[in-house]
Design a protein around this ligand. Structure first.
Ligand code: M6R
Length: 607
């Protein structure tokens, strides 16, 4: 979603800002811009479209030691040059970039218009610059505070004043901002990747914090303007993961990383001789775990599908009741928080606004919420009451792949831990661990057959509607397969519980409809075969994902993709791989922008 970069220091910041924006491209955007102070005057350059279009509009001699920059993902007002950030105040003295949504912007705008201010854009953000101007009486800092007092909603804001080229003002409420501390230079960004090439010394800002940054100093205050002390942390990040290497797309690279990323998700977390797992980050004693009667899960999108898979494993393996809610639904329905329930907030980015707010709402009611996040020190990871990192490594493609399989791996470990405290025997625990350890190799076997998956995807790529069907633990995999396909190829696709098709969706089936069945040999196998027959009788094209020895399903299918056999609790970790590849090759055949699909953002930081 929108990205922010700011700089103050001794260098010419124009390239630093543009490069920083390029590092944030993966988040999704539809326009970009920068504002700098050049020869004592504020200059703004902004354009709809790709960053390169904005970059080519910059004068060659542009030079400045202070500036702010933004990639916008339109929410209020269409994606055009005018609505792009940075925004200017009416007197052209102040400029701001903003992530989030100002909920009371129309009331503020009307008031300002009544006072004679004339707005240029349709955005909610422009009012911020105007409010700073209105409150300015020779003190930019003071005017910034006063403007914030009027704002309702969520924001990460960086503001620049033409008359004060020595500092930037920053505020965070609901939208992440991080400072980067260099030598005689300071950065601010919505994501560390924007400045990682320059410094690894960072300061995480929390919500309700305001910061004044100078090239050698930063001062943090809370919203009551009391000073806050904050340490500078050294980031230990491998930046090589932000490189595509020999792969044509980040998505393909990330799919291929799964043998390793899954290994990292379980590495050091198995107690093999007890057939169980240890998850230190949960901060729960065996006695605490023993008290848990129910598990509630909040997540969105792909993370929600991982949560659904987790709920099947928790109920069947650990015999503990588990339910999953879409965060955007949970947060507004006055959730019931029952005693004995532990919650998980699952999020790759750790910044998804809906999940963050659902988590906060549950915490406010007294619940313990544990995070399952990928991005280290993200907001959900920091605000949760404990949790587990999935250690997938940076996921750059908008379509989430390796995070999904790592999230399931962590949920499996939690279910194993709980199961071993309940019904699961030592022998079963050990068997499951052995099976888990074999998965990286089995995933590699599937990855070795990409050519066949590519061929099948190309064969059907001219068709418009796809159905993904599975039962039991394969139902969330069907949902995930359909989500992957629609988000990167823009083909209509639906994930359906196979038993439900005769209750409506079978009406969609004709000879132009590829129906992808996920059929591992588990307790739903025979029932799924009946569903295949039903679809076949209506001339649907059957593509199945089945075990390699499954002659029955192969004979029923127009095309099949075989996967190695595994235990039913772990089958989603294999069945989803061909679906990720199927989506990838379909999108490639259709010439889509795979890593940055239209209208989508990598981390959804607004509701
Ligand atoms: O960062 P999160 O896991 O919280 O993100 C949740 C969804 O926005 C995300 O999974 C989205 O559905 C992906 N684009 C799916 O590929």
């Amino acid at each position: 979603m929108c990205g922010i970069v700011g700089y103050i220091g001794e260098k010419n910041c124009v390239n630093i800002l543009v490069e920083g924006l390029k590092r944030l491209e993966y988040r999704g955007y539809d326009s970009s811009g920068i504002a700098v102070i050049y020869r004592n005057s504020l200059k703004i350059f902004k354009k709809a479209g790709k960053i390169i279009q904005m970059e080519s509009s910059l004068p060659d001699n542009l030079n400045s030691k202070i500036g702010i920059a933004h990639t916008r993902w339109a929410t209020h007002g269409e994606a055009n040059d005018i609505n792009a950030h940075p925004h200017l105040s009416q007197n052209n003295k102040f400029s701001i970039v903003h992530n989030g949504i100002i909920e009371n912007y129309s009331v503020l705008k009307k008031k300002l218009e009544a006072e004679g201010y004339k707005f240029k854009t349709q955005t909610d953000s422009e009012v911020i610059a105007y409010l700073i101007e209105k409150n300015y009486k020779d003190d930019f800092e003071e005017a910034f505070y006063k403007a914030l007092e009027k704002l309702e909603g969520a924001y990460g804001i960086v503001a620049l004043c033409e008359d004060n080229p020595d500092f930037l003002m920053v505020a965070r409420k609901g939208s992440p901002l991080i400072l980067g501390v260099g030598n005689d230079e300071m950065f601010v960004a919505s994501d560390v990747s924007a400045f990682l090439g320059h410094t690894k010394q960072v300061v995480y800002l929390d919500d309700y914090e305001i910061t004044k940054i100078e090239k050698n100093n930063f001062k943090i205050k809370d919203f009551r303007l009391s000073d806050i002390a904050r340490d500078v942390k050294l980031l230990d990040l491998d930046t090589s993961a932000s490189d595509k290497g020999d792969y044509s797309h980040f998505m393909l690279k990330e799919i291929f990383e799964q043998p390793e990323s899954i290994k990292r998700a379980f590495a050091g977390r198995l107690i093999e001789n007890f057939g169980t797992a240890k998850l230190g980050g949960l901060n729960l004693t065996p006695q605490d775990l023993f008290q848990i009667e129910r598990v509630g899960i909040y997540a969105c999108g792909t993370s929600y599908h991982a949560g659904l898979v987790g709920s099947y494993i928790l109920e069947e393996l650990a015999r503990i009741s588990a339910y999953v809610e879409i965060s955007s639904e949970a947060r507004y329905k006055n959730p019931l928080i029952e005693k004995g329930t532990i919650f998980f907030a699952i999020s790759q980015s750790g910044e998804t606004a809906d999940t963050l707010f659902a988590m906060r709402e549950a915490q406010r009611k007294g619940a313990k919420v544990l995070g399952i996040c990928n991005v280290v020190v993200s907001t959900i990871a920091r605000e949760s009451n404990g949790g587990v990192y999935v250690h997938s490594g940076p996921e750059i493609a908008v379509a989430s792949t390796k995070a999904f399989t790592s999230q399931i791996t962590v949920l499996f470990l939690y279910a194993l831990l709980m199961g071993r405290m309940r019904d699961v025997s030592l022998q079963t625990g050990k068997k499951l661990i052995n099976e888990l350890k074999m998965l990286p190799e089995k995933i590699q076997t599937i990855l070795n057959s990409v050519d066949k998956i590519d061929e099948i995807a190309v064969k059907y790529s001219k068709l418009n509607n796809y159905l993904f069907l599975g039962r039991g633990i394969s139902y969330p995999v069907a949902l995930e397969g359909a989500l992957k396909l629609k988000e990167i190829s823009y083909r209509h696709s639906e994930g359906i519980a196979a038993g439900e098709i005769k209750h409506g969706p079978i009406a969609l089936v004709d000879e132009e409809t590829p129906v992808i069945f996920i059929v591992p040999q588990d307790n739903t196998y025979d029932k799924t075969i009946s569903n295949i027959e039903e679809v076949k009788a209506r001339k649907g094209k059957i593509i199945s994902v089945c075990f390699e020895n499954d002659q029955k399903v192969k004979a029923l299918s127009d095309d099949y993709i075989e996967i190695p056999e595994t235990n039913s609790f772990l089958s989603p970790l294999l069945t989803v791989i061909p679906l990720q590849l199927f989506a990838y090759y379909t999108a490639r055949a259709l010439g889509c922008d795979i890593d940055k699909p239209r209208n989508l953002a990598k981390s959804v930081t607004v509701e």
